[in-house]
Design a protein around this ligand. Structure first.
Ligand SMILES: [Zn+2]
Length: 154
């Protein structure tokens, strides 16, 4: 569990343009989440599954842009809040959430993620995972229907 050199190479980033512009998104994750992710990625690799991180840490400015885009897309702040948290509440801005692309990765984490403390949080976002260390003993907690139902967003 010590050192963080070799293991980081086994999962890759698939970044959109805006994500790349926000910079250092994986490196700024909570180090406990990052370690869990690396440990899970190492185990998944043995099963032939490679993790693709589509979003990790986000700057406040970038999260604001995502929120504005979502309001434009969904037509209201309330509807947008089911998909995008405001910057001051976002687990991405605090470095406590990671989005992972791909059905294989998501399916693997659904089966094995709890063993690493990695849990899907929202029923409508199969790509969004946060660290729940208690999950290693108890399994992942029940999911919220969407971000708008998350009491942390109140
Ligand atoms: Zn997310």
């Amino acid at each position: 569990m010590s050192g963080n050199t070799a293991s980081s190479a086994i999962w890759t980033k698939s970044l959109g343009y805006k994500e790349a512009a926000s910079g250092h998104q994986i490196e700024y994750l909570n180090p406990h989440l990052l370690r869990a992710l690396q440990d899970a990625a190492t185990a998944a690799k043995d099963d032939g599954v490679v993790f693709h991180v589509s979003s990790g840490w986000r700057s406040t400015a970038y999260q604001e842009q995502l929120q504005e885009d979502a309001i434009a897309t969904y037509g209201s702040r309330a509807k947008a809040s089911q998909w995008v948290a405001p910057p001051e509440k976002s687990a991405h801005v605090s470095g406590d959430a990671v989005d992972l692309d791909g059905y294989d990765t998501q399916a693997w984490l659904t089966k094995r993620g709890a063993g690493f403390g990695l849990c899907q949080v929202y029923e409508n976002e199969p790509w969004h995972f946060e660290l729940r260390t208690e999950a290693q003993q108890q399994g992942c907690p029940s999911m919220y229907a969407d971000a708008a139902h998350d009491p942390r967003m109140k």
